[in-house]
Design a protein around this ligand. Structure first.
Ligand SMILES: [Zn+2]
Length: 490
């Protein structure tokens, strides 16, 4: 690879002033940012009048849901799970390849170059499914940390169903898994991919603490230590999880994770809405990254993360779209906008975060979650770069430009995308894969997913009454924190 010289763009970097400059890339790294650089043997991209920003980072999604837009009603998380997760079809390897490739293309087209994919795989086809997802990111050219999502406890075991007694017990909905084979599959995945690919990183992805036995979580922590692997999981997304985890462990789930060795800079936690101040302090002290998913939290009524307080305390925060079943797209510009605006419902206006706060969460927080030197347009950073046509946005000031991007852009200005020094999207089209063919397969799969809505509804209705009574009881339980603003009669 001879390199790239991106010439004359307005360079938007989170840590330096806005400037017009050339950016020289050698291999997969930015080596120089300065005016009038000599190209040497590098390919020159004339970017006059364009904006060059670091690729956005989506620090939490589920690729298996990438084609689930419009399949799932707005419902509280525990009811949503019945419809979106347990009512869904089991996809095969080819279909999971299609969902991951379609999601990756959507992210590239909307300026996102890195993702943490908490990728749903089915334990009985673990390797086929994990390989399918890795292959999709390999082919499309996106940077990805892939955390196969697994758990060993039944979903209903993870809920505070004690609140409604056991008059109508629910049959298990997911077969409990034996821990040793699950851990062997995860270890084989780490050995197969760890340090083997310039853009792809294997991660450990227990679904959520309450859906895992202590034996499994201890095994995950041991694998993380042995292989130096990152851990990615959900944490206290919904109110019900506070009650379920306190009941199970008799104490804070955060303290339990800490004792299990699952907190630290190697760990990122999606959602983190319902932690107490003390729990947030424990997470912050450990260096773990919390991944905010504002659209998904709105979609499932999970509540509003106290972002201003967390930012003020210096908590590492990243930003995610979450899966399309709880977001309907994978657009990180939208995630930044919602993340900015949702906070106007909470607290004094002097505490509302600025668009720049959400942008920094997305690029710098995302880099911390991914544990890779991305998110910058600066020497030494990975050359994950996005060129935007400048017509829509002013470059008079950095503050104005970031606000314009966060609040008015949807990705329509994205022209060229570079990942690891390679142009993977040019004039809005993939340079690597047959996009029309993938989108045709995606369209057919989307039809199939929508064709199964009655099947989803049946699964949902089998538990709707019991879970609704449970959620009403959850709302009646006093907690130390409240993250939703409920006004008027329930
Ligand atoms: Zn999620």
């Amino acid at each position: 690879m001879t390199g790239l010289l991106i010439r004359g763009a307005t360079v938007l970097d989170p840590e330096t002033p806005l400037a017009q400059a050339d950016v020289l890339v050698e291999g997969d790294v930015i080596v120089e940012v300065a005016p009038r650089l000599a190209p040497g043997g590098a390919r020159v991209i004339d970017a006059d009048g364009m904006i060059l920003m670091p690729g956005l980072v989506n620090a939490h999604t589920h690729s298996s849901q990438s084609l689930d837009q419009g399949t799932t009603p707005n419902l509280p998380l525990d009811l949503w799970m019945m419809w979106a997760v347990y009512g869904g079809l089991e996809l095969d390897g080819d279909e999971l390849y299609t969902t991951a490739a379609a999601g990756a293309l959507e992210m590239l087209r909307t300026g996102c170059t890195s993702v943490i994919d908490h990728a749903v795989v089915f334990p009985h086809r673990f390797h086929e499914h994990a390989e399918a997802v890795m292959s999709a990111y390999d082919d499309v050219g996106m940077r990805a940390g892939v955390a196969p999502l697994v758990h060993d406890r039944d979903f209903f075991e993870s809920l505070p169903l004690y609140l409604v007694g056991d008059a109508e017990p629910l049959e298990p909905i997911a077969a409990p898994q034996d821990v040793p084979p699950l851990l062997r599959d995860l270890e084989a995945f780490l050995e197969r991919w760890g340090g083997r690919h310039p853009r792809l990183t294997p991660l450990l992805g227990p679904s959520a603490p309450q859906r895992c036995s202590d034996e499994f979580l201890e095994g995950v922590a041991a694998l993380s230590r042995t292989h130096g692997a990152g851990v990615h999981t959900h944490l206290l997304e919904a109110r019900s999880q506070v009650l379920a985890t306190r009941r199970r462990w008799g104490r804070s789930v955060v303290d339990q994770l800490d004792d299990l060795g699952l907190l630290g800079p190697h760990a990122s936690y999606a959602h983190g809405v319902w932690l107490t101040d003390a729990e947030y302090a424990t997470v912050r002290g450990s260096g773990s990254v919390l991944v905010h998913n504002p659209i998904s939290n709105l979609r499932c009524g999970s509540g509003v993360m106290p972002v201003p307080q967390l930012l003020a305390a210096g908590t590492p925060l990243a930003l995610g779209s979450d899966g399309a079943a709880s977001n309907d797209n994978q657009n990180m510009f939208e995630a930044m906008k919602f993340g900015t605006l949702i906070q106007t419902m909470c607290g004094h206006h002097s505490t509302w975060p600025k668009p720049d706060d959400l942008w920094r969460m997305c690029v710098l927080g995302g880099a911390a979650a991914l544990r890779q030197p991305v998110g910058r347009v600066a020497p030494g950073a990975m050359a994950d770069l996005v060129l935007l046509r400048g017509a829509r946005h002013t470059t008079v000031s950095k503050e104005g430009l970031v606000s314009s991007l966060v609040l008015s852009e949807h990705g329509e200005s994205v022209a060229t995308v570079v990942v690891g020094g390679e142009v993977v999207l040019e004039d809005g089209a993939s340079t690597r894969v047959d996009e029309p063919a993938i989108m045709a397969r995606a369209r057919a799969l989307n039809d199939k997913l929508h064709g199964h809505l009655d099947g989803r509804r049946q699964v949902y209705e089998s538990a709707e009454a019991t879970l609704t009574r449970m959620l009403d009881a959850v709302d009646d339980e006093p907690l130390d924190v409240e993250r939703r603003m409920l006004s008027g009669p329930r």
